[in-house]
Design a protein around this ligand. Structure first.
Ligand SMILES: Cc1cc2nc3c(=O)[nH]c(=O)nc-3n(C[C@H](O)[C@H](O)[C@H](O)COP(=O)(O)O)c2cc1C
Length: 190
């Protein structure tokens, strides 16, 4: 895509739901470029707290199967996760070509508060999102309500927390942006 400025890219970025993404593969080079740009996000004390797990093809199918099995087992044990939510999540994994698990590594030495690590990961995700937009790709940050159940599925290490999945793919069709409200109440010039 041809954009003339960063402002144009920022405003063109959309949360593109999985159903609007094409299943067509995205090249490894493009995924690597998203990840490279993610790593340039600012981060306090250079902790680089982002951990990304990339699922495509067979690994994505295995992730979908693991999710269906483990989430169903948890549900059967009485964990309050709705069957249709699990089915929707697993269905979305099947629809998209790339699913990137977004994980934050909390600093085990507690040199900085957790929110700063989460903020840095969020900035890394925005870098990926803007890069995808610049390439004409759609992306979506999905935060299933049962994130804590992913510790086992994603084999998370001590101090790691899942913050959702980032889906990327070619877009089936453009659709209108929700836009933004008048920002005056959100801003105070002092
Ligand atoms: C941390 C984060 C989590 C999100 N999780 C979801 C989600 O689980 N489901 C969803 O429909 N949208 C989710 N979104 C996307 C928002 O719905 C979307 O950004 C908002 O509707 C504005 O649309 P736009 O990004 O296209 O401007 C998430 C966004 C962020 C930043």
């Amino acid at each position: 895509m041809n954009y003339n400025s960063i402002s144009e890219i920022i405003k063109a970025r959309r949360a593109t739901p999985p159903g609007m993404l094409m299943k067509k593969e995205i090249s490894k080079e493009v995924i690597e470029e998203l990840l490279e740009n993610a790593s340039w996000a600012p981060n306090h004390k250079k902790t680089e707290p982002w951990r990304f797990k990339i699922y495509t093809g067979e690994s994505k199918q295995k992730l979908a199967d693991d999710c269906a099995r483990i989430l169903e087992a948890k549900r059967a044990e009485g964990y309050p996760v709705a069957e249709e939510k699990v089915a929707k999540f697993v269905g979305n994994l099947q629809k998209v070509p790339v699913a990137i698990a977004i994980v934050v590594q909390i600093d085990l030495a507690k040199r900085l508060p957790e929110w700063e690590e989460v903020a840095a990961v969020s900035m890394a995700v925005q870098n990926m999102w803007l890069t995808a937009t610049e390439k004409g790709l759609g992306a979506f940050w999905a935060t299933p309500g049962f994130v804590e159940l992913f510790d086992e599925i994603l084999e998370l290490q001590p101090g790691q927390k899942m913050l959702g999945f980032f889906y990327v793919g070619e877009v089936m069709m453009d659709y209108p942006s929700p836009g933004r409200r008048d920002q005056t109440p959100n801003i105070e010039w002092k």
